[in-house]
Design a protein around this ligand. Structure first.
Ligand SMILES: *Cc1c(COP(=O)(O)O)cnc(C)c1O
Length: 349
């Protein structure tokens, strides 16, 4: 088998042949404003016709290098041939059954890959869902069920999603929270992320400050501590060395489930399979989404078997959770990630 990275030659970019946006994009954008809520913003108002690797081609024939990658989603490209093949083949076989109604094999294979690759040298189980926010919400549900405790500790500048609970867990006010309150402030407690520039704290001082917040509220109040190994929506904040490991130690000492949100930073984007590996850290629960499905909606909670299995039968699920087409996309992504050339290439970049 040829390398998944080198088997294709890609279109040159950037190639700009009209003003931006071009005439066809501008016309479509005018139609959009008549059909679609103003609540959706847009970073670059051009309409995409097709993609080739990391190159997007718009409806006017302009080619762009896709530095946004659908917000950290299209790590293997926006039209990887193996993703396209697997997705098309699965769509022709069946599109959906709901895994809670009747089963299919690809759901197991995705779970097995995650159980084997997610950090943590212990027996693991996985639950698949559809979106990142759903994975975060379910991690909180699982941690509550396991601990019998109500609250969740999050960090300054955190991003965990746009659903009601995850919006409360997200730090940035505008545009994510403005006018959408009140928030469950009794549930979500925030502590420093040890960002040296903004907090002025070194690793030990930052960890002491997090522990002060835990003891102020009472450790017995916290089901979970949810952290991103590299924050991506409050600036790109790489934690100080030892900070993540210190948080994991703090959480475990206080009986708090340590949840690592790898939804944005995980699955190869930092040159390691998981960003938490840079600090030698393993979450009790690890969350993936975004790059997992190469654009098909799929997310996962993977973690310690005893925690994952503390939920009663029927307590977890969702109509589209681990949809079979999205599972096939994930299996194609795993083929690319398992190619040794992939992470070497990311590390080189
Ligand atoms: C994008 C993101 C989420 C939410 O994922 P959605 O699929 O948009 O719901 C959660 N956590 C992090 C770190 C993210 O980057």
């Amino acid at each position: 088998m040829t390398s998944a990275l080198t088997e294709a030659t890609h279109l040159d970019a950037p190639v700009i042949v009209t003003e931006i946006p071009g005439p066809r994009s501008a016309a479509l954008h005018a139609e959009r404003t008549r059909a679609i809520t103003d609540g959706f913003g847009v970073a670059l108002p051009v309409f995409i016709d097709h993609a080739d690797g990391a190159v997007l081609v718009d409806v006017d024939g302009n080619r762009f290098i896709d530095l946004a990658s659908g917000i950290a989603v299209t790590s293997v490209g926006a039209a990887h041939p193996r993703v396209a093949e697997r997705v098309a083949a699965q769509a022709a076989r069946f599109t959906h059954t709901c895994f809670m109604v009747t089963e299919y094999e690809s759901f197991i294979r995705v779970a097995e890959w995650l159980n084997a690759r997610v950090p943590g040298d212990w027996d693991k189980r996985t639950a698949l869902f559809s979106t990142g926010a759903e994975a975060v919400e379910n991690a909180v549900k699982i941690a509550r069920k396991h601990t019998g405790r109500p609250r969740v500790l999050v960090l300054d500048e955190a991003y965990h999603g746009r659903s009601l609970l995850t919006m409360a867990m997200t730090a940035k006010e505008h545009p994510y929270r403005t006018g959408f309150g009140p928030f469950p402030e009794d549930v979500v407690v925030r502590a420093t992320n040890g960002n040296r520039l903004r907090s002025g704290l070194d690793t030990d001082e930052a960890l002491a400050e997090v522990e002060r917040v835990i003891t102020e509220h009472g450790p017995e109040m916290f089901a979970a501590m949810v952290v991103e190994p590299i924050q991506g929506e409050g600036g790109f904040n790489v934690p100080q060395p030892g900070f993540l490991a210190g948080l994991a130690e703090l959480a475990r000492r206080h009986g708090i489930v340590f949840v690592v949100d790898e939804i944005q930073a995980g699955l190869g984007r930092t040159g390691r399979m998981f960003a938490s590996e840079h600090d030698g850290v393993a979450g009790d629960l690890t969350l993936t989404a975004k790059a997992l499905g190469a654009g098909l909606p799929i997310s996962a909670v993977t973690g310690r078997a005893d925690i994952m299995n503390s939920v009663h039968v029927g307590g977890l699920g969702g109509t589209y959770a681990g949809n079979p087409i999205a599972c096939e996309a994930a299996l194609a992504v795993f083929e690319v990630l398992d190619d040794p050339a992939t992470l070497a290439n990311v590390a080189r970049i």
